[in-house]
Ligand binder design. Structure first.
Ligand SMILES: [Zn+2]
Length: 480
């Protein structure tokens, strides 16, 4: 029998992020998503002859912010290059990018490693470039049309070192990167709109080998779930090829999430195929020490620092702190209610419980939470003041989450306030006791279960609006 080899998957990521500038990188067209085809463009971004680009300063500012937030060194003298290739969505037949002197280098982000502990994923570089347009395939007329609205939208490409060993590590890195970029406000990172998309370079090698295998590339992945499936699928495919004695070809492959398989698209190009040369229409960018320091000072508290502070100062668990700081929007929900004076632990419990559950049930991302954040605090407040029970609060939160309704009004209108009139509670319980003589006898003969039944019946009679502890106390008193 042949000796079985164990394999290791090695991956590097190229992440493209659309920057949240109002206008494009080299002209003043809007970067707004959507719009009728070819309405957000001008002679510059559609590459008409004789036009000249003029660099949007905000792009440099955002790229420096992203670099500092991911521990990069800023290249104080950097410049643009032309990457030459023809494709119908690229009207100039070249993309303005940075090859020789990218704006940021040698950074890194710390993640939880597969199998425990922490590890740093190295960032090789971050460079600025322009996005291409979009091809729209029309199956009805069997034709392809081109929309240049996205042409010239500013991008940063964040190139990692080949430091990933599992799909989990890739997802953790992407989640962390997304949170950082959202916190510093350089991108909305809406994956469904393509604002954050990842190319995955993947190869496999026998465990223990330090030589890289031949890699394939899967481009433009914009869903975490699809990325995890694509990594596992492609890794398995390469191992099968090698175990059958074949060779992995260096190529670009398209992951088809519906078919759960990847397909070869084209053989992979190397940098030399693009005939890069320095962009003659743009002068080099010089970044002063002062600019870097000012930018560094303008950065908000980053997710990692927040996470540590939530644990050390607010007493949250490591897990809760990590989950909440994974999203700018969960942090906003947490901090707004903390500032309003509600206890940190209680807010965190609600976020980790009901908020996460509703997000997962509805398939929504935290940025899609449509309710006013202060409503969560209002609910917590009503529970604290015993105005509603915890169970009622959970039910009300569902309506807050789904319809954005004001919980205080909702409780009033639906008559959900806890019955605090002990006379009314007592009367309801007496009726239950009278109607359930058998359970009363069982309880008196020592069956604890019968008490639970009577509590349940009493809560039901009070439509859940009484405090269970009060009900239990009164019930015991009546039963003697
Ligand atoms: Zn334009």
């Amino acid at each position: 029998m042949a000796k079985t080899t164990s394999w290791e998957t090695v991956m590097g990521l190229e992440v493209h992020v659309e920057l949240a500038t109002k206008t494009k990188i080299f002209c003043s067209c809007t970067t707004e998503f959507g719009g009728d085809p070819n309405t957000h463009c001008c002679p510059v971004c559609t590459g008409m002859p004789g036009v000249l680009p003029s660099l949007n300063r905000q792009v440099v500012n955002y790229a420096v912010k992203a670099g500092l937030a991911t521990n990069c060194t800023i290249t104080q003298y950097n410049k643009f290059d032309r990457k030459n290739y023809f494709y119908p969505d690229l009207p100039k037949a070249y993309q303005v990018s940075q090859l020789y002197l990218p704006i940021c280098r040698n950074g890194g982000i710390e993640i939880e490693a597969e199998g425990g502990g922490k590890k740093i994923i190295g960032i090789h570089e971050i460079h600025m470039e322009e996005d291409a347009g979009k091809l729209v395939h029309d199956p009805w007329t069997d034709s392809t049309m081109v929309d240049y609205n996205r042409c010239g939208v500013p991008l940063i490409e964040i190139v990692s070192e080949p430091d990933f060993r599992s799909a989990n590590e890739v997802i953790r890195y992407l989640e962390k990167l997304k949170a950082i970029l959202q916190f510093i406000g350089v991108s909305d990172c809406k994956m469904q709109e393509g604002s954050l998309r990842a190319d995955i370079n993947l190869s496999v090698r026998p465990v223990g080998s330090d030589k890289f295998g031949t890699r394939t590339e899967m481009k433009n992945m914009n869903s975490f779930k699809a990325i995890a499936r694509a990594i596992n699928g492609e890794s398995k495919r390469q191992i099968e090829v090698l175990e059958e004695g074949g060779v992995v070809k260096q190529e670009t492959r398209r992951w088809d999430d519906n078919k759960d398989a990847s397909f070869a698209m084209r053989s992979k190009e190397d940098a030399q195929d693009y005939k890069y040369f320095p962009e003659p229409d743009l002068i080099p960018i010089e970044i002063s020490d002062e600019f870097i320091e000012n930018t560094r000072n303008s950065l908000p508290e980053l997710p990692e620092a927040k996470r540590q502070r939530y644990v050390s100062e607010l007493g949250l668990s490591e897990y809760d702190a990590a989950q909440i700081t994974s999203s700018k929007y969960l942090v906003a929900l947490f901090e707004e209610n903390l500032a309003a004076g509600y206890p940190a632990k209680e807010i965190a419990n609600w976020i980790m419980g009901e908020v996460m559950r509703m997000l997962s049930d509805s398939g929504k991302e935290p940025e899609e939470m449509g309710f006013e954040y202060k409503y969560l605090g209002a609910l917590i407040g009503m529970v604290q003041k015993n105005e509603i029970t915890r169970n009622t609060a959970k039910k009300v939160f569902k309506s807050v989450f789904e319809e954005g309704c004001d919980p205080v009004k909702y409780v009033e209108e639906n008559n959900l306030k806890t019955v605090t009139d002990t006379g009314a509670v007592k009367a309801a319980i007496e009726e239950v006791v009278a109607a359930n003589q058998k359970s009363v006898d069982e309880y008196k003969s020592g069956k604890e279960k019968a008490l639970q039944y009577l509590i349940g019946q009493s809560m039901r009679a009070l439509r859940g609006k009484a405090d269970p502890q009060t009900v239990t106390a009164i019930l015991k008193e009546i039963l003697g």
